[in-house]
Write a protein that binds this ligand. Structure first.
Ligand SMILES: Nc1ncnc2c1ncn2[C@@H]1O[C@H](COP(=O)(O)OP(=O)(O)OP(=O)(O)O)[C@@H](O)[C@H]1O
Ligand code: SF4
Ligand SMILES: [Mg+2]
Length: 347
C-alpha cells in the first residue's frame, strides 16, 4: 500500500527567467522575463493537483520544467528525492520515462504525416526496453483500447479524427511508457465543452486504473474543480493560494482567488446571491517588470503600503494560524480573510 500523502514530486523555489537582450551583433542583457519566480509545491502520489491562473502567468513554463523540456534558472524539482534538473544519462532517461506530458492542442501536437500507431509508439524508439521487438503493435493497440479508441484505427492519420479523439491519441502517447506522473497542460481547453467532460472522465478513469499522479493545468477554475484533489492558484509567476477543493472554492482567502471565483457562473441562485461579483481593474503587469512586493497589488482592492514593500510568502497567514477549519491554508496575502467571514466586503 502506498502512502497517499507521500510526495512523489517536490518543487522548491522554482525560478525561470528568460533573458531579454538588445542589439543584433553585441547582444546586451537588458533584463529578464520572470515567467516563474519562486514556486513551491508538492505533488502527492495518486493525487491531482490543479494549477490555475490567467494567460501568461507561467503555467506552461512550470509544466515544461516538470517534464524537463526547460531547465530552471534556479530551484529544485525533486522526484523521489533526486533533483531532476541535475540528472543526466541513464538516470535522466529513467525520470523522463516516469514523467510524461499531455499537451493543450491536439490539432498541432500530433504530426499530421505520421500514423496513429507511429505517434503513440514513438516513445518506444527512445525506450525500446518498454516494448521489446515484435510487441510494439500489440502494445499500441492495447493503448488505443485503453483510451476508448478502436484498435483497428492504428494505421489512420490524425486528420481522420475529431478533436476529442485526437486528445485521446495524445493521452495514449503519454501513457505509452507507463509513467507515474502526467503533466497535462490545458488538455481540454481546445475542445468543445461537450467533449471536455468525456476527456476529463477518461483521465480520471486512467488515474484509478494506473495509479497516476496528475499536475492538471487550466485557466478555468471550474474545469479544475471536478478533477482536482488540491488546487494551486498562480498569478504572474508566483503561487497566490494553495488548498483543497473546499479550502479554495468555499473559503478562498486570497483576493485574486476570490476575484477568479466571482467570475465563475454559479448555478444555484441562493449561492449566487451571497457572492459578490468582483471586477478586476487594470491589466496583468508585464512579467519583465513585475510590481514590487505583492505582485497582485496593482489590481488588489485591499492593497496597503506593506504590500508594496514586502513579498508575501505562500504559507498560512500569521493571523490565521490556529484559526482551524478550511480557512487555515496557505495564502500569499498579508490581509488574507475568508470572504464569507468578511461579509462579502469586496467591491
Ligand atoms: N521562450 C520564452 N522566451 C521569453 N519569454 C517566454 C518564453 N516562454 C514563455 N515566455 C513568457 O513567460 C510568461 C509565462 O508564459 P507561459 O507560457 O508559461 O504562460 P501560461 O500561464 O502557460 O499562459 P497561457 O495560459 O497563455 O498558456 C509569458 O509572459 C510568456 O510570454
Ligand atoms: S498582500 Fe496586499 S496586495 Fe497582495 S493580495 Fe494581499 S492585500 Fe492584496
Ligand atoms: Mg500555457
Amino acid at each position: 500500500m502506498t502512502d497517499p500523502s507521500e510526495a512523489i514530486l517536490q518543487v522548491r523555489d522554482l525560478v525561470k527567467h528568460y533573458p531579454l537582450t538588445q542589439g543584433i551583433i553585441f547582444r546586451k542583457h537588458v533584463g529578464a522575463v520572470q515567467a516563474v519566480d519562486g514556486v513551491s509545491f508538492d505533488l502527492n502520489r495518486g493525487e491531482t493537483l490543479g494549477i490555475v491562473g490567467e494567460s501568461g502567468c507561467g503555467k506552461s513554463t512550470v509544466a515544461k520544467m516538470l517534464v524537463n523540456l526547460e531547465q530552471p534558472t534556479s530551484g529544485q524539482i525533486l522526484y523521489k528525492g533526486d533533483d531532476i534538473s541535475k540528472l543526466s544519462g541513464r538516470a535522466l532517461r529513467a525520470v523522463r520515462r516516469n514523467i510524461q506530458m499531455v499537451f493543450q492542442d491536439p490539432y498541432t501536437s500530433l504530426n499530421p504525416r505520421m500514423t496513429v500507431g507511429d505517434i503513440i509508439g514513438e516513445p518506444y524508439d527512445i525506450h525500446p526496453e518498454v516494448a521489446p521487438k515484435g510487441s510494439r503493435r500489440a502494445k499500441v493497440q492495447e493503448l488505443l483500447d485503453v483510451v476508448g479508441l478502436n484498435p483497428e484505427y492504428i494505421n489512420r492519420y490524425p486528420h481522420q479524427f475529431s478533436g476529442g479523439q485526437r486528445q485521446r491519441i495524445g493521452i495514449a502517447r503519454g501513457l505509452a511508457l507507463r509513467p507515474e506522473i502526467i503533466v497535462a497542460d490545458e488538455p481540454v481547453s481546445a475542445l468543445d465543452v461537450s467533449v471536455q467532460a468525456q476527456v476529463v472522465n477518461l483521465l480520471e478513469r486512467l488515474q484509478d486504473e494506473f495509479g497516476l499522479s496528475y499536475a492538471f493545468i487550466a485557466h478555468d477554475l471550474s474545469v479544475v474543480r471536478h478533477i482536482s484533489d488540491r488546487v494551486a492558484v498562480m498569478y504572474l509567476g508566483r503561487l497566490a493560494e494553495l488548498g483543497t477543493d473546499t479550502e479554495i472554492y468555499d473559503h478562498p482567502t486570497h483576493p485574486y482567488t476570490q476575484a477568479l471565483l466571482s467570475a465563475v457562473p454559479v448555478p444555484d441562485p441562493e449561492a449566487r446571491e451571497g457572492r459578490a461579483r468582483i471586477i478586476l481593474s487594470g491589466d496583468v503587469p508585464s512579467p519583465a517588470d513585475p510590481p514590487s512586493g505583492c505582485r497582485f497589488r496593482t489590481r488588489c482592492w485591499k492593497a496597503q503600503a506593506r504590500c508594496a514593500a514586502e513579498v508575501p510568502q505562500l504559507a498560512v497567514p500569521e493571523h490565521l494560524v490556529g484559526a482551524g477549519g478550511p480557512v487555515e491554508h496557505p495564502s500569499a496575502c498579508f490581509f488574507a480573510e475568508d470572504m464569507a467571514a468578511a461579509g462579502h466586503s469586496a467591491p
